[in-house]
Design a protein around this ligand. Structure first.
Ligand code: UTP
Length: 475
């Protein structure tokens, strides 16, 4: 296929001349598609990323002065309870007045889980096989009903899973929600490059190896697609972001919203206590007088293990990528291009060679570029970090087995929901090791223990796996 000389010159200047050859060599059926992908590349950005993150020697960067973050702790006494009640009132008012939207981060590739399809379609429910999407939808429906809130739901997808995600929502009749209240936002992609040469890889002779640009891409996607305008037009000032793979999260929790709003924060975080010093989660820390997140891969062991006088981890605050963000702050961060730094991720990426041979590497061969939403924190004028109970709010499905897997998530859901039932006076059978039977509580039946206690009592008999509430759509 003929190639525009100016484009070829730009490709060569960017160190990507092999893409000109690939377009020329592509089958006529593939050539137009490949050319379109090549034309879409931001070659100036790519040049910079390759120079700084692939070809340059990685620099040991100074982490700055690190300490524990300032947090709103879990309530342990009346004072704490009163403080949270005050925050809840503020958060509830914002929900009632329609000032809040929720944004689900669901653009990832879910490579570790290895599930065929969008991660949100994963049937995590122990009893009904409810999917993550169905469960999040039920929570959103319950929050809307409780507060009479509009609470539009933005779902961040990526070109990898956008069509499948939309199809899944359509097939489940938008999980009973008004389709106009569910809005899809597609994030951008960046090419994976060879880690030795920085040349863009092709996943097939007519196709570049593209992957989502990281969850920081949420901000540019919200701006590019007009979602930020839409929010502003609807009087939304704040959005709550959460991850698709954590079914326990309290979606748009008024307490968290309230602390964020009361502090006049630009961006706030939810933190859980780390399970162990080297748990692979980022840590929220005080950095040079502000707040930031250090990725676990960047955290020196010595810092990860540091303990205070009480023997507690100094950097205890695990980041669970759940934030409240001001719409105005998202505007600021994306003015004239996204202001977040790029990170490199070294991964195994299958590719084809110039003569069309397919290679499935055994070792990481490629670099992907990603931005992270938490890198926005240092730009925030004010920020609040609120501690959340891990047992109540965090059990992600990341891996196919072991820690943070479907199995551990199912166990944590059972424990939590059995605890709610027992607090309501219901007897729940447990096995010899103390684990309860499989339980599911639909958020539309009860969003929290108090609501459950208002609905059920000691006369409820549970003698085997039990699901309470309406059957989830699409399960
Ligand atoms: P993770 O990186 O933990 O999970 O993303 P993943 O991408 O689903 O799975 P792996 O790493 O390939 O195994 C955390 C959250 O951020 C979203 C994911 O969908 C998940 O909810 N995410 C991640 C995006 O929305 N976009 C991205 O580019 C990356």
């Amino acid at each position: 296929m003929p190639l525009d000389a100016a484009l070829e010159a730009r490709l060569r200047a960017a160190g990507q001349g092999h893409l000109a050859e690939a377009v020329r060599a592509a089958d006529p059926a593939d050539a137009a598609g490949l050319l379109a992908q090549v034309e879409e590349l931001d070659l100036e950005l790519l040049r910079r990323l390759v120079d700084e993150l692939v070809l340059a020697e990685p620099e040991a960067h100074d982490l700055g002065h690190i300490g524990p973050p300032e947090t709103v702790p879990l309530p342990t006494d009346e004072l704490g309870a009163a403080r949270d009640a005050e925050a809840a009132a503020e958060g509830e008012a914002a929900l009632r007045e329609g000032r809040v939207a929720v944004v689900l981060l669901a653009g990832g590739q879910g490579t570790r889980l290895g599930f065929d399809g969008p991660k949100g379609d994963y049937p995590f429910g122990a009893v009904t096989g409810r999917t993550l999407f169905a469960h999040h939808a039920a929570k959103i429906a319950a929050v809307r009903a409780r507060y009479g809130a509009a609470l539009p739901w933005y779902v961040l997808t990526s070109p990898v899973n956008d069509a499948d995600t939309r199809a899944s929502f359509a097939a489940s009749d938008w999980f009973g929600l008004d389709p106009a209240s569910v809005r899809f936002v597609v994030q951008g992609t960046l090419p994976a490059v060879d880690r030795a040469t920085g040349r863009v890889l092709l996943e097939a002779p007519g196709r570049l190896a593209l992957s989502p640009d990281g969850h920081g891409g949420l901000l540019s996607a919200l701006r590019r697609t007009g979602a930020l305008d839409e929010m502003a037009g609807e009087g939304i000032t704040t959005f709550f972001t959460f991850q698709v793979d954590n079914p326990l999260i309290r979606v748009a929790d008024p307490v968290f919203l309230g602390h964020h709003l009361a502090a006049g924060a630009d961006m706030s975080n939810l933190a859980v206590r780390k399970r162990e010093p080297l748990e692979p989660v980022g840590v929220i820390a005080g950095i040079d007088g502000g707040t930031g997140v250090i990725e676990y891969s960047d955290l020196p062991d010595e810092l990860a293990h540091a303990r205070d006088d009480d023997g507690q981890l100094v950097l205890w605050a695990g980041n669970i990528a759940t934030h409240c963000i001001e719409v105005a702050f998202a505007w600021e961060l994306t003015e004239g291009g996204l202001r977040l730094p790029f990170h490199r991720a070294v991964k195994k990426v299958p590719y084809v060679t110039a003569d069309g041979a397919e290679v499935r590497p055994d070792e990481p061969n490629a670099v992907k570029f990603e931005t992270f939403i938490f890198d926005a924190l240092p730009f925030a004028g004010a920020s609040v970090t609120v501690e959340a109970s891990r047992e109540e709010q965090f059990s992600p499905i990341k891996n196919a087995s072991g820690a943070d897997s479907p199995e551990s998530c199912r166990r944590d859901c059972n424990r939590l929901w059995a605890g709610w039932l027992e607090a309501a006076g219901v007897r729940v059978p447990r096995d010899t090791s103390g684990e309860p039977v499989d339980i599911e509580i639909d958020p539309r039946f009860a969003l929290d223990p108090a609501e459950l206690a208002a609905r059920v009592g000691p006369d409820l008999v549970i003698d085997g796996p039990t699901a309470l509430g309406p059957a989830p759509a699409g399960a």
